[in-house]
Design a protein around this ligand. Structure first.
Ligand SMILES: [Zn+2]
Ligand SMILES: [Zn+2]
Length: 234
């Protein structure tokens, strides 16, 4: 399995290393079973030994994970680099980003990590009941929905009348969007099946919204508009 992933053109693993990655991957899988067995039999020393070997195997694999660097000041926004260096804007040393370090919602919605451990997504709903799904990579960098498709159902929490929810790609390809049926009221539940087109079955995600999602920027804007007593728009 890991060997197959390593063979992909965009895996970042050089062809010459695919064999090593494959062996390490297989051995790692076997270690899980060995640790399980040693643990079950109460063999503490054995468990520790297996665990240490497992860490070494994981380190071999980690060497081949593509690295991602960016300026800590975010001078270039979401721009990233594959190797260490200096930020062309401020000259600071760019630092390696950690995957899965950021699981915060960006649009005031509900944030999930997909079961593939790679994609993240966020569901939001507006006062007019437009439901959106934003996608992110493992560094929580926004990605276009691309080939992803999604469909599901929405219903009022506590009521068992659900309505189909069809999702389409948004106008700027920033998200998938779908209109929740007029008859559905807050608190709104959504069950969505997302197909990541990765040959796996569509993954199911459950959302519950007690009220419309608020963009973090909207909250600031609302305050300013209150101050200036201007009309709101949108
Ligand atoms: Zn910079
Ligand atoms: Zn994550």
């Amino acid at each position: 399995m890991i060997g197959q992933l390593a063979l992909k053109a965009d895996s970042g693993v050089p062809k010459s290393a695919v064999k090593e990655v494959n062996i390490a991957g297989r051995s790692l899988a076997a270690k899980f079973d060995a640790i399980d067995k040693a643990g079950d039999s109460g063999d503490l020393a054995g468990t520790k030994k297996e665990f240490e070997e497992m860490v070494k195997l994981a380190e071999i694999l980690d060497n081949y994970v593509p690295k991602v660097f960016a300026c800590p000041m975010k001078c270039e926004g979401e721009k990233t680099y594959p190797a260490a260096g200096k930020c062309p804007k401020c000259g600071m040393a760019i630092t390696q980003l950690k995957s899965h370090a950021d699981h915060d919602a960006k649009h005031g919605g509900t944030f999930f990590m997909a079961p593939d451990n790679k994609h993240h997504l966020e569901g939001t709903i507006s006062a007019k009941k437009e439901f959106r799904i934003y996608f992110y990579d493992e560094y929580t960098k926004p990605i276009e929905p691309g080939k992803f498709t999604a469909e599901g159902t929405a219903w009022t929490s506590g009521k068992d009348v659900d309505k189909p929810l069809k999702m389409t790609v948004g106008p700027k390809k920033e998200f998938l969007t779908g209109q929740v049926d007029e008859a559905i009221a807050f608190p709104i539940r959504v069950k969505l099946f997302i197909d990541f087109k990765d040959k796996e079955k569509p993954q199911v995600f459950d959302f519950e919204f007690t009220e419309p999602s608020k963009e973090p920027a909207d909250t600031d804007k609302d305050k300013e508009e209150d101050k200036e007593k201007k009309h709101s728009h949108g």
